[in-house]
Design a protein around this ligand. Sequence first.
Ligand code: AMP
Ligand code: MG
Length: 483
Amino acid sequence: MQLKQDFFEQLPEFYSQVFPLGISNPHWLAWSQDAADLLAINAPTESLLQGLSGNAAIDGASYYAQVYSGHQFGGYSSQLGDGRSIILGEALGPQGAWDVALKGGGPTPYSRHGDGRAVMRSAVREFLISEALHHLHVPTTRALAVIGSDLPVWRETQEAAAITVRLARSHIRFGHFEFFCHSERGAPDKLKQLLNFTIKQHYPDLSCDALGYKAWFARVVADTAKMIAHWQTIGFAHGVMNTDNMSILGDTFDFGPFAFLDTFKEDFICNHSDPEGRYAFGQQPGIGLWNLQRLAQALTPIIPSDDLVAALNLYQVELVQQYLVLMRPKLGLTTTYQCVEQDQSDLELIGGFTTLMEKNHLDHTNTWRRFGLLDPNACSSALRDDFVDLNGFDTWYQAYQMRLGKVDEVHQWQVARNQVNPKYVLRNYLAQEAIIAVEEGNLTPLHQLQKVLQTPFDEQAEFEHLAKRPPDWGQGLIMSCSS
Ligand code: AMP
Ligand code: MG
């Protein structure tokens, strides 16, 4: 791994240097060669293991933790920061640079009362979901590896600490801008410094002036809308959409009690600490806007509010457009007309289907996958048998066929549906089974799951069972933020 001087070091007020304390008996629990290729790393070596566990220094590493703040569950927390994540710096890869971070690497000046560690179950979940989302084509941070250890940590009971090695195009969050707007260390010139840094690093086509700032914020709005459109399309609930967990680049970021929908439910809540459903599945688009408004607020000292409002006003349009771009192929609606009426009527058609799914308690992923079995020219359909409300389904199906028109190459059409409707997603119960096996010393289920999720659109006959709805014990598993 080739680390270069991290430009973030040009912003000394934005971080504290901190060295990892190391862990006892580090060992690889999981490794993503796909992510390793991003850094031109050929294999998980012993020296890399010692370096990434914090037991040995890595050449060229900067070792720092960032300061930020953020709105958590609607309220402002003025002093957050990387409490359990130590950034090594930027690693150069064949297609660009990636920040490398040791999540669970040890205490930092921002750990408050925490121990700076992550437990194995949360490290494994972050690893699996990062790589799974990537292979579902969802913008996300990546994960290189999970390192297990003998280091005991206390949560509700004693558990073993682990480290997820996270790769991120950037670790800059909405909360960074909030910190330098609202804190006593903040000032317009600090905000500007951060914004100029962000633009130079990640938006090379934009200038660091009023025009560039305006275009930049519009880009952040659009990228956030795009990320959330992806989530709504594949049935992913993030669970903790606090502004400190929002990447400025629109990558899915900082995983906690996330979940995929099993049975479709708009008001599905995956976070034990969110009984009121602030971050319920169906609330995510609205929360995306709320979070962008908090970011805009933090930027008012340096960007005219008219420019900020103009960009915010485009959020919903961007989100709907992206949602349609992703949703139409799932239904096979290949002909599109660029007009508001068509968009509206397609949204109603899609909404009609998800409402039916919800009313009939159907599984989100498996129901969409059924489109790959459909003969769209036939009156009766492979989907119909799943519905209890047959009249409701027939009415919807008629409208769908009218919109679709005649399909000439049915087989080709079906193959194309399977390329956008995944068969395998990281259901909570699957992650849970893999974690229990790791606790028992068996890494095979974890590695199998990782492998299956690398090609989620392919039929994988020997892993058919991993596409099943959860068994009774695995239904409605609600995770806590406990990390
Ligand atoms: P999260 O819910 O993971 O986004 O964390 C929210 C905040 O709590 C962040 O500032 C984290 O760095 C901090 N935090 C979470 N877990 C720990 C821990 N075990 N030790 C120290 N800080 C933590
Ligand atoms: Mg966080």
